[in-house]
Write a protein that binds this ligand. Structure first.
Ligand SMILES: O=C(O)[C@H](O)[C@@H](O)[C@H](O)[C@H](O)COP(=O)(O)O
Length: 301
């Protein structure tokens, strides 16, 4: 049976109907966008300025762009196509930021995203990307030792980071010797230091850090990072990094970027694959206005 992949890169509600039609089982969804904002009532809105390169991400599938050329939803038919598209998208942005500012700050999640990044460690990307410019962060992390099977750091290290020459000092794992609260505070302190030194930009609009690219997955319940549907943490608007000790998805103790930080990013790719996420994508795209149950719906603008 054919699979489909969705790539969203901008405001989505207007596109939801055609995409919901396109998503047959087992759908594979990937979303590329530029920002996630926090307007609680809106359906999943990925506001990302569309670049010329974004339009060419899909090797096969459907691409829809809004009239302002800012929002892109891409539907890809296989996970392989998604991985190819994601590699090109990421590589293009790497080139852009490396040239423009001499650094490329990339945030990753855990989950299936890491597998979908596999094309980056293959030709031509592995040899063409200037890995020395990369600085890697986690949008969320489980509070476990870094060599624990649940560690998002270990997942990324094994599947991606160990295969590319990113300077070890540019990989920002959490301090796994601390409590969840302590690790969140320490990570925020680290981010503030990197803003001070110019590695991470600061958004003049929001006052929150402005990462160059955020690569995030979405759970079948619509969560992004460790921001879960209905959880009070969705409303956090002061902290850059928060902790959670009652995560519905195990393990319960995690740290997570807050929505304002996610939404302040320059570019965001929301990468969603699998039949089990078809309905949440449909809701996030706006067909179901009762979207408050989804954290992605609460946060993406
Ligand atoms: O720490 C985590 O649990 C992950 O960062 C989590 O936010 C993940 O990205 C989503 O649950 C999607 O995961 P899948 O793509 O594996 O469904």
């Amino acid at each position: 049976m054919a699979t489909s992949s969705l790539t969203f890169s901008t405001s989505l509600p207007k596109f939801c109907r055609p995409y919901s039609i396109s998503i047959t089982s087992p759908p594979q969804v990937s979303v590329y966008s530029k920002k996630l904002d926090s307007s609680i009532s809106s359906a999943l809105k990925i506001s990302r300025r569309r670049t010329a390169r974004a339009s060419s991400m899909a090797s096969s599938g459907i691409t829809t762009i809004d009239q302002n050329n800012k929002k892109v939803v891409e539907v890809l038919y296989t996970e392989e196509d998604l991985a190819v598209s994601l590699a090109k998208y990421t590589s293009d942005l790497s080139d852009k930021f490396a040239k423009e500012r001499g650094a490329f700050t990339v945030v990753v999640s855990g989950g299936s995203l890491i597998k979908s990044l596999r094309k980056l460690v293959e030709a031509p990307y592995v040899d063409s990307i200037d890995w020395s410019k990369w600085h890697v962060f986690w949008v969320d992390e489980r509070v476990v030792p870094k060599d624990h099977p649940d560690s998002n750091y270990k997942l990324a290290l094994d599947g991606f980071l160990s295969k590319v020459p990113i300077p070890p000092g540019n990989v920002y794992a959490i301090n796994d010797a601390l409590s969840a609260e302590g690790a969140a505070d320490a990570y925020e302190t680290c981010l503030k230091h990197l803003v001070h030194t110019g590695v991470i930009n600061l958004s003049s609009l929001s006052g929150f850090p402005k990462f160059d690219l955020m690569l995030v997955g979405m759970g079948p319940d619509g969560h992004v990072a460790s921001l879960f549907p209905g959880h009070p943490l969705l409303k956090e608007n002061q902290k850059w990094v928060a902790h959670i000790t009652d995560s519905p998805k195990p393990p319960p103790e995690r740290i997570t970027f807050t929505l304002p930080v996610i939404n302040s990013s320059a570019y965001i790719a929301l990468v969603v694959c699998g039949a089990g996420k078809a309905s949440v994508v449909q809701t996030a795209l706006g067909t179901n206005q009762n979207s408050e149950v989804f954290s992605c719906s609460n946060g993406f603008t």
